[in-house]
Design a protein around this ligand. Sequence first.
Ligand SMILES: [Zn+2]
Length: 478
Amino acid sequence: MFLLACLCGGLSILATNQTQAAEKRHLLLIAGQDSHGPAAHNFAEGIQLFADRLDGYPGLRVSVAQNDWPEDETLLNNADALVIYSDGLGRHPVREGDRLERLDRRVREGMGIGMMHFALDVPPGTKGDAFKHWIGGHYETHYSANPFWTAQFQSFPDHPIARGLEPFAWRDEWYFNLRFREDMEGIVPILTATPADETRDGPYVNPRGPYPHIQERKGQTETLMWVVEREDGGRGFGFTGGHYHAGWEEPMMLRSILNALVWVTGLEVPEGGVPVHTQVEPRYASIDEAIARGDLADVQRHVTTNPASLHQGQNPAMAPVQQAILRRQTEIAVWLISQDGIDPDLRDGGKRTLLHLAVERNLPSVATALLKAGADTSLLDNAGWSPLHHAAARDHVAVLKAMLAAGAPPNVLSARGGTPLHEAAASGGKEVIKHLLAAGTDPTIISNTGVSAHDIAIEHNNEAALSVSILASPPPSQ
Ligand SMILES: [Zn+2]
C-alpha cells in the first residue's frame, strides 16, 4: 500500500513537471524603493532573495522589477502572478497614472496578486475597494494598527500555503485589524496570532494610538497572512510582516512567503512546503545578548542548539528568565516561562521569586504566565514581603490586577503578619485598594505589630486610602 502510494505520487509529480516544462508559470516580483536604511524595508534585497530562492523551481519563471514598476511592461502583460513588496500610500507603486486600472484589468483576467507589508496600505475608496477585490483587504490608517510585537504562530490551517510550516515566533511590525471584505467573505487566514494586551495598548508605530476599537479586542486572535481565491480564477494573498530583512533568515517566515509565491501563480505547493535553507545558528554570541536585544527568535535558536542555555547563560548570577523579566522583555519572559523545566519559583540572592521581579517591573502578562505555570504567591523575599505586598506598596495596579484575576489569594501575610491591604494603606492608590477589596481582602486583619490597615492609613496620612470608606474608620473589632 505504501509502495503504491509512493509510486502514484512520484508519477503525478513527473507528469506535472512535464506539462509545466512546456509552459512555465510567470511570477513578476515588484520591489518598491527602499525607505528605512539598511535593516528594514529593504524591498530590493528581499525581492532578490525570493527570486534567488525560487531560481530553477520546477514549472516557474521569476522576473524582478526594482524601483516600483517594470521598465519592460510586457512582463506585466504576461505575468501569471504579481507580488508587490514596497512602501504604501503616496509611495505605493499604484499611486501613479493608470497603474491601478491596468492591474485591475489583469486581475480580472485571472492574474494572481499578493501584497506584502507596507504595500497593503492604501486609502479606502477606489484603491481600498480594488484591494478588497484583489486580495481580500487592505491596511487602513486609523482603523488598522501597526505596532512592533512578537507574533507566536502555534497552529496552521489545512491549506497548501501552510505546508511545511511549524510553530514559530517572530518580532515584526505585524499589522493587524486590516479592513477586510464584509464578514471576511472568501478569506482564509493562514498566519494568525494573539497580540498581548500591552501591544494593543500601544504605542503603535504611526499614528501612535492607541485606538479603543483595538483595545476592545484584547485576547482575540488576529489575521496576519491570508489568501483568497477569486471568481475570475486568480489567487490573492496578503502578508502584514516583512518590516525587517532579517525576517527572511527565520525559516518559517521564509517558507510562508515562498509557499505563497508559488501558490499565487496557480502552481501546487509541494508536500512539506517549498524547501528553505537558512541559517539555524544563533545570531548573537549568547542567550544573554539575545535577551538584551529583545530577539525572541534568537533566544529560541540558542535554546534549540544548546538546551542548557534555557537555565544558564553567560551571567552566572542570573538565569535567562530572570534577565528577561528585569530587562522588561515580556515576550521572551513569557516564552521562557512556558518551557518545560523552568521553575516558576526560581529565587535570586535576595530570595525574590520570578513573581517578585515581575511585580517590581509591573509586568502583568509575565505575572499571569507565572501564575499559570503554578508560581507560589505566598513566598516572601528577604524583606518579608510576598509579591502582592510589593505590588500594593508600589501602587503597581496593572500587575496587581493581573495577579488577583489569576487567583492570587489577597490575604497573604507578610513576615510581620500584614496583608497587602496594609501596604496599600501606607502608600497605595485608590485603585489598588479597590481591587484588593473587590478580590475579598479582609480589612479587619490585625498584624503581629497590632495594627489594622486603617491604623496605617492614618499613620501615613494616605489620603487615597482614607477616601475609601472601609479604611476611613477602625474595623469593628477595634
Ligand atoms: Zn515597516
